[in-house]
Write a protein that binds this ligand. Structure first.
Ligand code: ZN
Length: 197
């Protein structure tokens, strides 16, 4: 492999867990073998999937205005938006906050789970390639920021309180980031190759 900084060519050899390979000329990080990377990715993705269940089972937000109490959850918010004249925003909410995290966490679990046992799931290579392409589309943080901004405005009109769903969603965000950062692309490909997929 070539150093992305100075283009010096190296033979990519396996490095022990917890260490990294650096360019022999300029010292830039080439790739690394993070400690317990597979365990970490698997644990974070599994937790993310469980949290998604909690996000949808509990109210995201409770609004109270003029004595009327409304509980809102994520799927219902998306559905209402699609029906009530903002279908584009509704579909964005559905795709980026419900479908994308589900597919990403599920995909990472599918690829890394079996690798823990030294096996590669059927088609794991395709899934991994596809995951690395769709990762920039996971916009869960952007959504959460948007929610907070709109809540500040809504807060002037109604009494708002965050539900269990909201906190689960915030934790989900942390788990997705942890899972995505848990493993090096180069390491993942190496492990898939060793596992024979
Ligand atoms: Zn270099």
């Amino acid at each position: 492999m070539a150093c992305h900084f100075c283009d010096t060519l190296h033979t990519a050899a396996a490095v022990p867990e917890g260490t990294a390979a650096r360019c022999k000329r300029c010292g830039v990080l080439l790739y690394q073998n993070r400690t317990a990377s597979l365990v970490r990715v698997t644990a974070f993705s599994l937790t993310a999937l469980i949290l998604m269940g909690i996000v949808h089972a509990f109210p995201f937000l409770t609004m109270e205005a003029n004595g009327i109490r409304t509980e809102l959850n994520l799927a219902r918010a998306a559905r209402e938006l699609i029906r009530e004249g903002s279908p584009a925003i509704g579909w964005c909410v559905a795709v980026f906050t419900i479908a994308a995290p589900l597919v990403l966490a599920g995909g990472m679990l599918y690829v890394c789970g079996p690798l823990l046992a030294g096996r590669a799931a059927p088609g794991a290579r395709q899934v991994a390639r596809w995951l690395s392409r769709t990762e920039p589309w996971n916009m869960i943080e952007v959504f959460l920021l948007g929610v907070l901004v709109s809540l500040m405005k809504l807060g002037q009109m109604a009494d708002l309180s965050f539900g269990v769903g909201f906190w689960a969603f915030a934790a989900l965000m942390v788990c997705m980031a942890g899972a995505a950062a848990g493993i090096d692309q180069h390491e993942l490909w190496d492990r898939l190759e060793v596992a024979g997929e």
